[in-house]
Design a protein around this ligand. Sequence first.
Ligand SMILES: [Zn+2]
Length: 280
Amino acid sequence: MVSYSTAECILKKTGLDSLPKFDLLNDKPTDNVLISHAHQDHLNALPFLIKKFPHLKIITTPQTRAIAELTLHNAISILNRQVNEGEIEIYSHDEVDLLIKSINYKSYNEIFSLSSLNSNQEIEAEFFDAGHILGSAGIMLRFDGIKIFFTGDINLSSQSLLSGAHLPREKIDILITETTYGATDTTLINYWKNEIERFSHSINKVINNGGSVLIPVFALGKLQEMIATIWLQMQSNKITNVDVYTGGIGNKINRIYDYNRYSINRNEKDLILSDIPQKN
Ligand SMILES: [Zn+2]
């Protein structure tokens, strides 16, 4: 029996240890890889997977493809810091460029078929808006009269920008899901609008006492929602008007959110994140 202490369980894996067990696919015929969204725990092993199985056809949404181009390049310098020399061959910027060019993309609710070198079975696929971050998708597979739906990371409720998941209305046979609050009664979770009130109240309290507020958020997804929330609250005089500082890769991701604001299910479509005054 292997036992782990609590500390070991919550330790973040880095480098080679953080990769999925690709060897499990060694004796399985594989044809396609469908990417649910661009958060690093769902995307960043892709270059290693393709190195091992170069024949795989990659399919995702156009927005995830755009973000992937940014974040996979960005990940190279992080990997160089985390991986010991000789432990694993890290991919190069040229390889990321080639990989991105090879990614096929399909919009939400566009039905497409998955080609197979290994069988003649017809498999139909469709992406549904998962409402989690820009480009996030739940994936429906239909074959032999069976429907399998994989949610990916999913958000059912509306945020400041994203309007929440748009799920399939048809009956499904098998559901595969991953979610942080899967076992929680959602009526017990605070609503976004109530949280904004609480958030604004806390910010005002600190600023009015002469303080500064530090908000640690992921650069992809949460930063865009936070910037939009703060700006909208400032515009309606619910948050004291102060300078806002952002940094890192988040500003580049803001531009991808802006570029796609009319092509996805979004609130505040006219709000351009890059136009919100931000100091670096
Ligand atoms: Zn995610």
